[in-house]
Design a protein around this ligand. Sequence first.
Ligand code: 2IT
Length: 445
Amino acid sequence: MNVKDIMAQLAERHPGEPEFHQAVKEVLVSIEDVYNEHPEYEKAAIVERIIEPDRIFTFRVPWVDDNGQTHVNIGYRVQFNGAIGPYKGGIRFHPSVNLSTLKFLGFEQTFKNALTTLPMGGGKGGSDFSPRGRSDQEIMRFCQAFVTELWRDLGPDTDVPAGDIGVGAREVGYMYGMYKKLAREHTGAFTGKGRSFGGSRLRPEATGFGALYFVENMCATHNIELKGKTVAVSGFGNVAWGAVTKATELGAKVVAISGPDGYIYDEDGVNTPEKIEYMTVLRNSGNDVVAPYAEKFPNAKFFAGKKPWECKVDIALPCAIQNELNLEDAKQLKENGVTLVAEVSNMGCTAEAVDFFLENKMLFAPGKAVNAGGVACSGLEMTQNAMHLSWTNEEVDKWLHQIMNDIHTQCIDHGKDGDYNNYVKGANIAGFMKVAEAMMAQGVV
Ligand code: 2IT
């Protein structure tokens, strides 16, 4: 395999998909050497097959707003790779959603899911629908319209969607309700459901909690004390909320959170139940802004239009969206003496930022390892649904902790580069090898 040739071919076949190309290139660069030690992979065209989704659904989603006006959005489901299990991955509702975004997310999901040790293939879906400012009834109608088109291709052993940006328990509930009506089956065809109808305990917290369990592992491996460290978090959604909650519980101090409007610096820490719950209030307001935090807690300052990466902190946790941390931000973090950067959003750092972290041998871990706790807990929800029972908090948390420790071990095992641990390489090689092995065993399909 020659990365340059494969990338040139990809660009020719699928022009105008920059996020997808970015995600593919990162993986190929990581695995190139290992791949080329396996001539049988080359013969079976594993790389050529793994970068092409199994199939993609694109469909029109018409819906009627509260004033009787009809709108049309585009819906997608990318069933990326089913080698190790049913397609699994979230649904994103955000105006930035297009095929490039969902292909990058589905591709990442394939390796992330492999890392979880659970039998789940990779998939992703969504729409360019913006939930911002929409009423509950509008959201419900949109979710129903989306699933009406997609339901035939979903199922507990076929394809199991969940939440992502813009899709939480409410949206999953509406989608699942329509799915169940059409399929006439009460099965675990979605995860992230409400607890009263098969949702797993800890699923809302799992991505953020898992990320901090991973960070704990990174700290322990590098003789760093997490307790007392200052943390900057971007975003104020479900993932950021889970990360802030667990970081606080572990004795770190989160001093920054952010939204599309700017960031909040709270030197006292976002560390009381009232402050942490206020993140949920902000999120549920549907306005997508963090500025009101500084009105509610006047010791905090709001910096309009700025990113939290300019703050002098020990730990940086991007928890918002892809490419939210660029080369300039990476340089700023280094200059400020940051100790550890863990990507919690999917591909939260640009390719240039990741290269900078690796070239400077900084302690950095990629999203597909750090944020895998979310989908891992979804896997545990599928297991509970299949068994028709529900586990306690302690049981789910124990699994989640174990899985995150396991992912960390895989990263170290495959990412050792002298005395530097290259987590990007480690995660990509470990995830890729598992999928490649399964594809080899199943023949050319
Ligand atoms: O990016 C992700 O891993 C998710 N949005 C969660 C996917 C899932 O199926 O729980």
